[in-house]
Design a protein around this ligand. Structure first.
Ligand code: FAD
Length: 567
């Protein structure tokens, strides 16, 4: 048995931030990641990280725009922390060695992004996530944090109602181990791959959401799924919002800059309006016949110099995967699944919650941060650049609180026998001689989710999605593992991940069915208006043997009262 004060599951930005800060306040810390940590999806973040550093900007303006971007569903206590305290976190990254791009005065260069007319997105070219991740990892290696690279967590352990560790498999040997911990922090990222296509890496399968859900944690805002306006049609790869932030246009087949048109409210921010707004507009253009092969066009030709200077990655992606030189020709793009606003419900210290009859109460020992968590800093729609900040800031807060909690309790009692239960599950999987294959079911699930729970939703489609996902899940016991070896068995991992993904799909659909209004990314064609009177509340779901059960939690409002949302 391996024992630590704090076990961090996930080695992306949130996990590293949590592990670093838990370690800094004196806890013994282990960080477990199913991939080598610097390969986490955080490495794919191109555009940047927000901080209101400009003279004409302030954390209050950033917070107001985040609240408005969230369509007033975001919890404002969390948003205040994100926008105010996050500034110091970005400075800390800079001091640790993140080589942010500079402006001519030698200050950190900030680019424009969606949902604001300010420039507040700090970046390293278009490879921001990768750079931050590497700097954090170097720092982590210098500290007394043990990193278990390529270990896969299969279940969480509970004792007397508190979380006290996890069982994980060393992928290189297939051997299971018990990790005993006084506090566990889930930083496993989102569940983007429950959709096909998605901008997310193939590893983003919602494992942590399902792990927490199965031990009773509430999942919140799961209906809030962000579609990003500019993804490549061939494979869903992302073209950063930074391109529009620095002046790129969107065009329809008639050569019209449709975001300037009256039919979309002639938004003052035009192409830089919030992601939900632009994704809806693009979808309508395509549906009404003003698209080109299911796409609209992103025109970067007039910002050729900036592309050559600061967008190497996206220009190479466009050449390699779309055959387009974006300095010469417009690029076909379309909205694609990108980000989960919802996740494991936490408070501002990262503590998870469970249902207790008439409300919720903390689930002792369990924490979460990053995209896996829902502190609800993003509400119904996230502003670009706010997620990396969320990971760093709320990762820090979860790490500190978990370490303090761990120092206040005794070591839990757990027996090694839990391994046998997990081992038996794997033996049973190996014993199956049936014919279903995980990738096929995964693709079916993803396509159902994209078709019925995408940019636009309505009751009949959601019920159809519920029925079809249920039917696909019923085939799960027929899924077999062809590779019977224990060493680096990715076939086995795919089957385990698929099981987690079904929980995510079901909770997204249940939450989307529950919310009978349109707000942010959740657009119901049968309930087209936002309805603050009935729906200014969070939808939260918890696990029951019959599937997800829905409950409601209040939205925290501090300074900013709900108002009509216009750009
Ligand atoms: C293409 C792309 C571009 C983006 N660009 C931006 C941007 O410019 N700005 C911005 O703010 N946001 C951006 N985002 C969003 C942002 O990058 C993510 O929300 C954020 O990086 C998530 O970080 P995380 O630490 O929560 O999770 P991740 O980075 O996804 O890390 C998850 C970790 O959990 C581990 N893990 C998962 N399951 C298990 C398991 N069962 N056992 C053990 N370990 C497990 C993984 O190994 C991994 O280490 C982008 C996202 C994408 C997909």
């Amino acid at each position: 048995m391996i024992e630590y004060d704090v076990l961090v599951i996930g080695g992306g930005l949130a996990g590293m931030s949590a592990a670093l800060h838990a370690g800094e306040v004196g806890a013994s810390v282990a960080m477990v990641s199913k991939v080598y940590p610097t390969r986490s999806h955080s490495a794919a973040a191109q555009g940047g990280i927000n901080a209101a550093l400009g003279i004409e900007d302030s954390w209050e303006v950033h917070a107001y725009e985040t609240v408005k971007g969230s369509d007033f569903l975001g919890d404002q206590d969390a948003i205040e922390i994100l926008c105010r305290d996050g500034i110091q976190d970005v400075f800390a990254l800079e001091h640790w060695g993140v080589i942010f791009d500079r402006n001519e005065e030698g200050n950190i260069h900030m680019r424009g992004f969606g949902g604001t007319d300010k420039s507040r997105t700090c970046h390293v070219g278009d490879m921001t996530g990768q750079t931050i991740l590497h700097v954090m990892y170097e720092r982590l290696l210098r500290m007394n944090v043990k990193s278990y690279d390529e270990w896969f967590v299969t279940t969480l352990l509970m004792e007397e109602g508190a979380c006290c560790g996890a069982v994980a498999m060393d992928i290189t040997s297939g051997k299971l181990e018990v990790f005993k911990a006084k506090a566990v922090i889930i930083c496993t990222g989102g569940c983007g791959r429950v959709y096909e296509p998605s901008t997310n890496g193939l590893i983003v399968t919602g494992d942590g959401l399902s792990l927490a859900y199965r031990v009773g944690a509430l999942l919140m805002d799961m209906e809030m799924v962000q579609y990003h306006p500019t993804t490549l049609p061939a494979n869903g790869f992302l073209i950063t919002e930074g391109a529009r932030g620095e002046g790129a246009y969107l065009l329809n087949s008639e050569g019209e800059r449709f975001m300037q048109e009256e039919r979309y409210g002639a938004t003052t921010l035009e192409e830089k309006a919030s992601r939900d707004v632009v994704s809806r507009a693009e979808t309508i253009e395509i549906q009404e016949g003003r698209g080109i092969d299911g796409c609209v066009l992103l025109d970067c030709r007039h910002i050729k110099d900036r592309i050559l200077e600061a967008f190497h990655q996206i220009s190479e992606l466009a050449i390699d995967y779309a055959g387009v030189d974006i300095t010469q020709d417009p690029l076909p793009i379309r909205p694609g699944m990108h980000y989960m606003m919802g996740g494991i419900k936490t408070d501002i210290d990262g503590r998870c919650y469970r249902h207790n009859g008439d409300g919720s109460e903390p689930l002792p020992g369990l924490y979460s941060a990053g995209e896996a968590a829902c502190v609800s800093a993003h509400g119904a729609n996230r502003l670009g650049g706010n997620s990396l900040l969320d990971c760093v800031t709320f990762g820090r807060k979860a790490g500190v609180h978990a370490a303090e909690y761990a120092s206040s309790i005794n070591s839990p009692n757990i027996s090694e026998a839990v391994i046998e239960v997990e081992e038996q599950k794997i033996v049973d999987l190996f014993a199956r001689s049936t014919n279903e294959r995980a990738p096929a079911l995964r693709l079916e699930m993803g396509e159902i989710m994209h078709t019925f729970t995408g940019v636009f939703r309505e009751e009949a489609g959601l019920l159809e999605a519920e029925r079809r996902i249920h039917a696909v899940r019923e085939r799960y016991p027929e899924v077999s593992v062809h590779d019977k070896g224990r060493v680096f068995n990715t076939d086995l991992l795919a089957v385990l991940e698929l099981d987690f993904m079904f929980d995510c799909a079901e909770t997204i659909i249940a939450s989307a069915l529950a919310r009978k209004e349109s707000r942010g990314a959740h657009t119901r064609t049968d309930y087209p208006e936002r309805d603050d009177e009935n729906w200014l509340k969070h939808v939260a779901v918890y696990h029951t043997p019959d599937g997800p059960a829905v409950t409601y939690l209040p939205v925290t409002i501090t300074k900013w009262q709900p108002e009509a949302r216009q750009y």
